[in-house]
Design a protein around this ligand. Sequence first.
Ligand SMILES: *Cc1c(COP(=O)(O)O)cnc(C)c1O
Length: 339
Amino acid sequence: MNLPRLRLAHLPTPLERHARLDELVGVELWVKRDDATGGVEAGNKIRKLEFLLGAAVAEGADAVVTCGGLQSNHARATAVLAARLGLSATLLLRVPDPRAAALPRVGNALLDRLVGADVRFVSPEEYRHRDGALEAVRQELVRAGRKPYVVPEGGSNGLGALGYVLALREVARHVALGLGPRVDAGAPAFDVVVHACGSGGTAAGVALGVADTGVARAVRAFAVCDDEPTFTRVVGRLVAEARGHVPELPPPAPTTIDDRARGPAYAVMDDAQKRFLVEVARTGGLVLDPVYTGKALFGLREAVRRGDVPRGARVLFVHTGGLPGLLAQGDELAEALGT
Ligand SMILES: *Cc1c(COP(=O)(O)O)cnc(C)c1O
């Protein structure tokens, strides 16, 4: 890949066997620890930002602009990395009522404030037209004599998705080194790669990376916000964009978007999901977040119960991070914690 890329993440991330969770989830569980791609900037977004901020720096940008929910992991990772690179960060964060909103000093929003990001609140209606809102801020910064670079929601465009092609190449290297499942030469190491899907970039990169490496037979992406038809369309577009940047990439691996573990709303878990998140932490010491990874692993268990994923399948679960979001939801988890 002959594209500008900054080395920002702690790579390669570990590939771990989590046998203590096999019975609870119903599969042979392996975990790619992308919650360990860094310190406070960790999670899946940093892999995309290696390419996106690489492009920004190559263009001579001195400012980045992006958007997300109030507790956006993506906005936080962008703000932290911008500070590290000496770029200013403007974040458009979605809140129910921008005039009444204050930035909570917890979780991702605390970190945004800590690293000095310029946080601006936008309403859900304005957020629906986020690309226009980002463009308006870009123009404002240009008028102020700055050189802004716009990073789309979630860092999800064809360039950002390439970060997950590289992630799957790490997995293939670990398998080749004997650090993964033992399989016959040439056979896929995993039956299915499972992860949470919020803006589609990870799903696009994983689908391409799985095809590129042959490390698994298929991908199952658990939607946490939009429905299956929406993500199928979005991921298809991102895959095409990514292959435009790297034409030697093969067509994507078979991918199922599963939207049956979304729960009551974005960033809201139902009681069964909360209890599952707590049980996973207590049974296997695997700490998931309530917005993405908790719903994805819960969704995997439900898919096994339904028979959509065969019981005992060899699964690679990509832990995409989200710890600050968990730390902002202690009150919501009180009942599930039994306290
Ligand atoms: C953003 C995010 C995802 C979803 O990744 P997309 O590429 O936006 O689909 C999953 N998990 C965590 C923790 C995230 O922050």
